[in-house]
Design a protein around this ligand. Structure first.
Ligand SMILES: Cc1ncc(COP(=O)(O)O)c(C=O)c1O
Length: 440
């Protein structure tokens, strides 16, 4: 396993942020999500330092779906980033953390009336309209509350990018956004502009996730700039903003490219400047929405080994006390991870094993055929790079308790989310009246 951030081998025991995994296990139990605060801040600052231009302002919006808690919101606030939400729940978490509402941006392909109402009432920074109907809904709410709202329109620009490949003009059926190829697109924009209570900022796109090929982003920039110019000319309006979404790739295992965020940011800026000049477009602000690239590598999951099993078929399993409930990504899309026996780093004997969880599902695997040091019951296995879409996609399947979350830095540990209790699991359950289940 590649050591990330502040990870260190101290006499065979892994330390993160100067705190040993033995101490973390003793104080907080396992499974445990551990976030390396210093490393997370470095990622944020790398983006802040390099996503900059002298030609236009830039805005960095943290895509909170990657990992969200009140503690995380505080970090984003302290770093003066913006933040997005795609649901009432995310919005509530952010607002109830005291985050300045002007730096909140609302996404979603099917926002409810209540969600939109909360956005307008709290005067958030902007709403990214997903489709031609949403402008009308927002406008009515604005009228009722007598408040104006900044809006963008999400576009489907015909690029489908994933990992190392991107395909142009293939993805016309995505549920997100309005297509730039739709013959109605000009009217859709005009309808938004004509609404008294809406202030149209510009266009948004998000071309996919875990993208390593910076050419995909440059292609998106080219299309967005050209389209913005075309519409501003046709409608004779000034469009001040472009938002090109998130999706910047992250190294999970040796199979992935080790991306340098700073280089990607600089290339995107160069592409924006070049295309704006070519199209003679003056843009005031460009926004990006990184999620994974800020939190993935800063997060790890610590498990306790319960035992092992060599199957008749020859597969060697190491069983850990969590699984698909705290990390669904391997089961969902065959995501791969690296891991170590965190309390026995100097163990030289390694074997190929499959790390499996304790759920009643054959697909409950964290890492298949991975190289791991020899370990036995009560040893600690740490899986790295679990900071994005792990906690946020966790579930209570098999009534598993959602693990605690800690942030570590400079030998300090901050409890960010408590481990769930059995009482938490049933707190919303209602008991049937006796007359229904006790019929004789
Ligand atoms: C609109 C939008 N912006 C940003 C992101 C964040 O993407 P990532 O975490 O890959 O950076 C997503 C992820 O799905 C998204 O849908």
């Amino acid at each position: 396993m590649k050591f990330l951030g502040t990870m260190k081998n101290v006499n065979g025991v892994l330390e993160i942020g100067g705190v040993s995994v033995n101490k973390l296990k003793k104080e907080f139990g396992t499974p445990l999500y551990i976030y390396d605060l210093e490393f997370m801040e470095k990622k944020i600052r790398d983006i802040k330092k390099t996503f900059k231009s002298e030609k236009f302002k830039t805005t960095i919006v943290y895509a909170s779906k990657a990992y969200l808690s009140k503690g995380m919101v505080q970090i984003i606030d302290r770093e003066e980033l913006h933040i997005d939400a795609v649901s009432g729940g995310e919005l509530y978490t952010i607002l109830s953390s005291g985050f300045p509402s002007k730096r909140i941006h609302m996404h979603g392909n099917n926002k409810s009336f209540e969600e939109l109402y909360t956005c307008v009432q709290n005067e958030i920074g902007s709403i990214i309209l997903d489709n031609r109907f949403e402008g009308e809904k927002v406008s009515q709410i604005c009228k009722k509350l007598n408040k104006k709202m900044d809006v963008m329109l999400r576009l489907n620009i015909g690029i489908d990018a994933h990992t190392h490949e991107y395909i142009k003009t293939s993805k016309h059926s995505s549920k997100f956004g309005e297509s730039i190829f739709d013959k109605e697109i000009q009217n859709i924009v005009k309808n938004i502009i004509d609404k008294e209570y809406l202030n149209f900022l510009g266009f948004h796109c998000h071309i996919g996730s875990q993208i390593f090929d910076e050419m995909a982003f440059c292609e998106a920039v080219k299309i967005m700039v050209r389209f913005t110019k075309e519409i501003s000319k046709k409608l004779d309006i000034t469009i001040p903003e472009i938002n090109i979404g998130g999706g910047f790739g992250v190294r999970y295992t040796a199979e992935d490219t080790d991306v340098d965020l700073k280089i990607i940011m600089k290339k995107i800026i160069a592409s924006l400047e070049e295309n704006c000049e070519k199209e003679n477009l003056i843009i005031q602000n460009v926004t990006i929405e990184p999620g994974r690239s800020i939190v993935a590598q800063a997060g790890s999951t610590l498990y306790t080994v319960g035992g092992d099993k060599k199957t008749y078929g020859g597969e060697k399993y190491i069983f850990v006390d969590g699984g698909m409930t705290d990390n669904i990504r391997p089961a969902l899309y065959s995501a791969k991870y690296e891991s170590v026996v965190a309390n026995k780093l100097n163990e030289t004997k390694k074997e190929i094993v499959t790390i499996a969880g304790k759920c009643c599902e054959s697909g409950d695997v964290i890492s298949k055929n991975t190289k791991l040091g020899k370990c036995t019951e009560e040893d600690l296995v740490l899986v790295s790079c679990t900071g994005a879409y792990g906690h946020s996609m966790s579930s209570n399947y098999n009534k598993a308790l959602k693990p605690a979350v800690v942030f570590v830095r400079d030998r300090d540990v901050y409890l960010i989310s408590k481990r769930e209790s059995y009482e938490d699991l049933v707190k919303n359950d209602c008991v049937l009246p006796k007359k229904i289940y006790n019929i004789d």
